[in-house]
Design a protein around this ligand. Sequence first.
Ligand SMILES: Cc1cc2nc3c(=O)[nH]c(=O)nc-3n(C[C@H](O)[C@H](O)[C@H](O)COP(=O)(O)OP(=O)(O)OC[C@H]3O[C@@H](n4cnc5c(N)ncnc54)[C@H](O)[C@@H]3O)c2cc1C
Length: 387
Amino acid sequence: MSERDAEIQRRARAFVEDELIQWEVQAELADGVLPPEVAERHDRRARELGFGAINMPKDLGGDGLTMFQQVLVQEQIGRVTNGLGWVVHTPAAWLPEVATPHQLETWVKPTIRGERMECYAITEEGAGSDVDAIEATARRDGDRYVLKGEKWHVTSANLADHVFFQAKLADGANAGAHALFVVDMDTPGVRVVRTPEYSHTLAHHHPILAFDDVRVPAANLLGAEGDGMRYVHEWFRYERLMIAARCCGAAERLIDEATAFARDRQAFGRSISEFQAVQFMLADSLTELWAARLMTYRTAHGMDEGVDVKVQHAQCSLAKLYGSEMANRVADRAVQIFGGRGYMRENVAERFYRELRVDRIWEGTSEVQRVIIADQLFKRGAQALLD
Ligand SMILES: Cc1cc2nc3c(=O)[nH]c(=O)nc-3n(C[C@H](O)[C@H](O)[C@H](O)COP(=O)(O)OP(=O)(O)OC[C@H]3O[C@@H](n4cnc5c(N)ncnc54)[C@H](O)[C@@H]3O)c2cc1C
């Protein structure tokens, strides 16, 4: 870690400690929503600290952090519950390279400046892990595309003003291929079907969105027809690594909090930290956290060094699989150490116990990560993936 890396890490940690953590319980008890002036202050402060668009290039107005530096920031924001750390924004980093000048000016740069916000509509009722099973269609009609389909779990759709919509081309030379479109949320035909409740308590919802013959200009196609899956894979790779980083942060917070509690809590005339059963839960947690952190840091360094993209893909899966499973084990142990208090929503372990569960599901389930890892293992051998 260079001095600059360490300084970024300290800055992110101080932001979480000084500004965010104190609001967790209030957010939990208010459906994840903070008073508007507080939410605005968090957003403004994140930007002032250089965390407005950490993954975007400086020449477009982003913060231009390396992958390793982004992991350090994400690890710190992983220490706070209720998605309060989501004020650290990571717009679509795959987009600037393929965006047209019109797309750069209309969506990319305003998103980097914090004036606009995106969400992703890929998953459908019948297509989650198996992305290729999507039934949403895009049909060319003159200088427009007509988009049709229903998308599930569209995270942040209640706050976003544009959505990346994945569809299969209905006709033409590339019929059956995937394509990705950017769609303004106020385009006629975009409709919220319903907003289900989820286990966690966030201001960001995950509604089901319908696209009823939504007509968008051909200029809203991202890249070329047939490119859709490539961008999704790039996003998956990135987000899997960031999930691993946030899981490391969550585990560290849980270990800190459970250790402090164990030291203070008395039972049978002694501190419960004197019981080996409690000590071993903490020792196992710390051991697993260190392993996950090393995997995450190493993967990020490899991406900065430009290792082969297939190796990156496998290593991001390794880090996400291990990091998310590790954090869930740590949360389970932390609840146990807190005893009855660990089941109260005002307790950090209870909140993380619910919130971390989705990290084994979204951006590819643990089973899907194993499929990817095994596929790469058979293709490249262990040594190539362990560098
Ligand atoms: C809170 C939340 C937010 C989300 N946000 C978004 C979003 O913003 N945009 C978006 O597009 N999607 C989003 N998703 C969707 C998410 O990515 C999917 O839920 C996830 O990829 C799994 O798909 P599925 O739910 O359809 O499960 P399925 O694919 O139906 O899987 C069901 C079970 O089968 C297993 N399985 C499936 N295939 C295999 C296989 N080949 N081998 C072994 N086991 C297998 C899975 O591991 C799982 O255990 C979100 C989901 C949640 C819960």
